[in-house]
Every structure is written in C-alpha cells, then in structure tokens.
Write a protein that binds this ligand. Structure first.
Ligand code: NDP
Ligand SMILES: O=C(O)C1=N[C@H](C(=O)O)C[C@H](O)C1
Length: 269
C-alpha cells in the first residue's frame, strides 16, 4: 500500500488530510510540523479529532521524508519550497495545494518537476475543476460582449488574495478569450474609477468568519447575466482530492501534473 506523508499536519488542511487518510484506511507513515512547534510529539489522529493513530507528529527532516512514498503539502509558499527540496533530494512524489505563489516560486515548482512527479493545483475539489471547464464554454459564448467578474469568499484566516482558485478561473477565462490575464485583470475598485473598461476581468475578494471557499464567475451582459458558482461546505472535499492525487502519482514519471489530469477532465478540452 502507498504510504503517505503530510507536511504541516497541524494546519486546517493538514488535519482534514489526516481524517480522510484514516477514513479511507490508507497508510499515513509520517506527519510533520514545523521545528519547535508546540504540537511536536502529539498524536496526529488525536490532533485531527479522529482518534488515536499511534503516530507522533515529528519535525520535518530528510530522515522523515524518506519514510513515506508520496507527500502532501498544504503549508505556505516559503515552507513548501523547503519541503520540496527535501522531496527532490529523496526522489519522492508530492502533491502541493499551496496558493499565493509568486511567479518565481511557481518556477521553482516547475523546475523541481523535472526531477520528481508533482501535482500542483489551487483547488483539489471535483466541482471547481469542472467549473474551470464550464467557464471556458461560457467565455466562448458570452465573453466578447459580457463583463466578466470573479468573486471569491473565504474565512478570516486566509492569507492570500485573490484566492488561487479565483486566479485559475481568471486564467481559464482569459485563455479562452485570447487575453493575457496580467494585462486585463482589475483587482478591486475604489474612488472615481470611471466606467468599466470592457475587456477587463475584475476580481472581488470577501474575507469573513469560517467560509470554507466560495467562487463565482459572473458574465454580466445587457439584459441578462450568467453566474457560475461553486461553494465548498467542508475541507474534506479538498483533502479527498489531494489524497486521490497522491495515489494517482505513484509510479508516474517526473512532470508537473494538474488536477484536471488526475480527475480525467482533460478529455473535456
Ligand atoms: N488546493 C486546495 O484545494 C486548497 C488549498 N489551500 C491552501 O493551502 C494552504 C494552507 O491552508 P490552511 O490549511 O488553511 O492553512 P493553515 O494556516 O491552517 O496551515 C498552514 C500550515 O503550514 C505551516 N506553516 C506555515 N508557515 C510555515 C513555515 N514557515 N515553516 C513551516 N511550516 C509552516 C503551519 O504551521 P504552524 O501552525 O506552525 O504555523 C500549518 O501547519 C493555503 O495556501 C491555502 O490557500 C487550502 C485549502 C484547499
Ligand atoms: O485558503 C483556503 O482555505 C483555500 N484556498 C484555496 C484557494 O486559494 O483557492 C482553495 C480553497 O478555496 C480554500
């Protein structure tokens, strides 16, 4: 059986991953937390609220990384890149769900994928990955005349904005309209902004409470508007996707794979 390692096992997604791995009766070999963490030595299952697993949380190290076949990382960009170096050195496959990467950080992920198999996806849910296709169809039919806005809402603790998913939705729409997102994106509006420039794609960010993750792509024309919305009601959906990706990665060649490939959605292209 494939053994799985989790970086950042004390985080919101780290705990959801421990729960899903237990529910699916998979093998969780290692669960790490940052050096000096107050969670060190605690049982990973007890921390995740799914009962004792007899697996103590350990520090991230080369020795720990050697102990699992495939790793999952939902930490933060800088930490993830350190973990990635360890995975490359140990030749271990890795699933990365971290968002908010700079272009330079994303390039480091691309470079690492020359040495090990990697899945990176800003959203591991089936629904959002389907949505990335649906918005392309909507853009092709309505995008030349409609105004396009992407609205996302997340919990108060989220550190990056717009969400990685919102950026992926924007990229999907822009590519199907032959636009460059870097040139046409508008991130928030304030003051006397003037009338809306037609070919722009707007982003609006909401942060509050315990919202898990809502995304809407709005195509607003004169006389009608289309809204395509996804709402996550539990982090389990992301964790299930990540675990599915981890199992899928076993025995794959070094490359950077997408969640579309994991889910077999590329046939919709
Ligand atoms: N792709 C997807 O489907 C999804 C992606 N995400 C993304 O996953 C990431 C994590 O989200 P979430 O679980 O809510 O975040 P949390 O803040 O709950 O967890 C972050 C984890 O990263 C660790 N960490 C942060 N900084 C460092 C560091 N410098 N060195 C070592 N460890 C570090 C934290 O440890 P400590 O507690 O000690 O700081 C914690 O374990 C975000 O980028 C988020 O956008 C989230 C959900 C779904
Ligand atoms: O930080 C989160 O929570 C989430 N982040 C991802 C993103 O930035 O798109 C995915 C999901 O919406 C939850």
């Amino acid at each position: 059986m494939t053994s799985i390692g989790i970086f950042g096992a004390n985080g919101r997604m780290g705990r959801a991953l421990v729960q899903v791995i237990k529910e699916q009766e998979l093998s969780l070999a290692v669960a790490t937390v940052r050096s000096g963490s107050s969670w060190l030595g605690q049982d990973a299952g007890e921390l995740a609220g799914c009962g004792k697993l007899n697996l103590a949380l350990t520090e991230t190290s080369a020795a720990a990384v050697a102990e699992a076949d495939v790793w999952i990382d939902f930490t933060m960009p800088e930490a993830m890149l350190e973990h990635l170096k360890l995975a490359v050195a140990a030749k271990k496959a890795i699933v990365i769900g971290v968002t908010g990467l700079s272009d330079a950080q994303y390039q480091q992920v691309q470079q690492a994928s020359q040495h090990i198999p990697i899945v990176w996806a800003p959203n591991m849910s089936v629904g959002v990955n389907l949505m990335l296709h649906l918005v392309q169809t909507a853009a092709k039919v309505m995008g030349e005349t409609a105004d396009i806005e992407i609205i996302e809402a997340h919990h108060r603790y989220k550190k990056d904005a717009p969400s990685g998913t919102a950026m992926a939705i924007g990229t999907s729409i822009a590519s199907s309209l032959n636009r460059d997102l870097a040139e046409c994106a508008v991130y928030g509006r304030e003051g006397i902004t003037g009338e809306r420039e037609h070919n722009t794609i707007g982003f609006a960010t909401v942060r509050g409470g315990d919202i898990i993750g809502d995304h809407t792509a709005l195509f607003a024309d004169l006389g009608e508007r289309l809204e395509i919305t996804h709402k996550a009601s539990s982090r389990t959906t992301f964790a299930q996707g990540a675990v599915r990706a981890a199992l899928w990665l076993q025995n794959k060649q070094p490359s950077l794979y997408s969640m579309q490939q994991v889910l077999g959605l590329t046939k919709l292209d």
